[in-house]
Design a protein. Structure first.
Length: 304
């Protein structure tokens, strides 16, 4: 019994000696890790410049979530840094490129509120307009976002005429005006077909007052004339028909307008093709789905 105990003791001593020898070969931190495991790592505090460079690199890789994390760290850890304003603008940019337009709008508005004199304010107005522009829907739907886009592009054009975003903003303005004119023409013709001539007159006059030159003047003038004719306001109706004949003689509406006036139509150029343009496609679709349109008209909110 004594022999067994001594043998076990010797083995324990040898094992302990081997353990000490093994630990002696490890560095100090290695001994700690061997006995207790790896200690929790402490995150190295990066500078504001480093965080900005990291965010820009993530944007180049289209890793927008990671970029926003770096930018948020910058804003939280260095609230007095001169890079905070740029970080906020860049965060809005990542949301825009990530197609999170509602969130991007909030960020751009906040940026403009905090930095109304910033040298990149033109960029904020342009991309705020673009968030609305991207959200604009088909013509038969509510176009309030298109109006908001137009407002931002107009601010850019009037208040920051030297901005590098002006050429593109001008193109967007034309598109917005055309969409809004098309919507008013759509609603005006809808009223006309339902026999609500007074409402049709109101919408068509609105189109001509606000969106003249946006490619729908001929349609608006012709149906304005027809609506006024039905309301027995024939002198005003003739004025509208005369403008179609004189100013839009190439239009498909010039010939019926000339017939109302009892005059021969003299075109100042080749007639416009009568193919199924946007108005015709919309109108045919509306006639073919009249019941569906009636059910969904409140959801579309086209009369706002």
């Amino acid at each position: 019994m004594v022999g067994v105990t001594r043998g076990e003791t010797r083995r324990q001593v040898v094992g302990f000696a081997l353990l000490l020898a093994t630990l002696g070969l490890l560095p100090g931190c290695g001994v700690y890790e061997f006995l207790y495991g790896k200690p929790p790592s402490r995150e190295i505090r990066r500078s504001d410049q480093d965080l900005m460079r990291s965010a820009e690199a993530q944007i180049e890789r289209k890793r927008y979530d990671d970029a926003r994390k770096d930018l948020q760290r910058l804003m939280n850890q260095y609230p007095d840094s001169e890079l905070v304003s740029l970080a906020r603008l860049t965060a809005a940019q990542t949301l825009y490129h990530d197609k999170k337009y509602d969130e991007a709008q909030s960020e751009y508005l906040r940026f403009m509120e905090l930095y109304p004199q910033h040298d990149r304010l033109d960029e904020a107005h342009y991309y705020l307009g673009m968030t609305y522009f991207r959200l604009s829907d088909t013509t038969d739907r509510d176009q309030s976002v298109t109006k908001k886009a137009l407002e931002q592009f107009d601010i850019l054009l009037k208040q920051m005429p030297d901005s590098s975003y002006i050429p593109d903003a001008k193109e967007r303005i034309l598109i917005c005006r055309r969409k809004l004119a098309e919507k008013e023409a759509y609603v005006g013709r809808f009223y006309f077909d339902r026999g609500n001539y007074g409402a049709a007159v109101g919408r068509l006059r609105l189109l001509l007052a606000n969106y003249s030159g946006a490619e729908f003047d001929d349609v608006a003038l012709y149906f304005l004339g027809e609506s006024l004719w039905q309301l027995e306001q024939k002198d005003e109706a003739r004025e509208a028909f005369a403008r179609v004949v004189q100013d839009h003689s190439q239009s498909e509406w010039a010939e019926p307008a000339a017939r109302r006036l009892g005059v021969a139509l003299v075109r100042s150029g080749p007639p416009k093709p009568k193919g199924p343009g946007p108005m015709d496609r919309m109108w045919e679709g509306m006639k073919n789905s009249w019941v569906e349109l009636g059910e969904s008209i409140k959801g579309y909110q086209i009369f706002r």
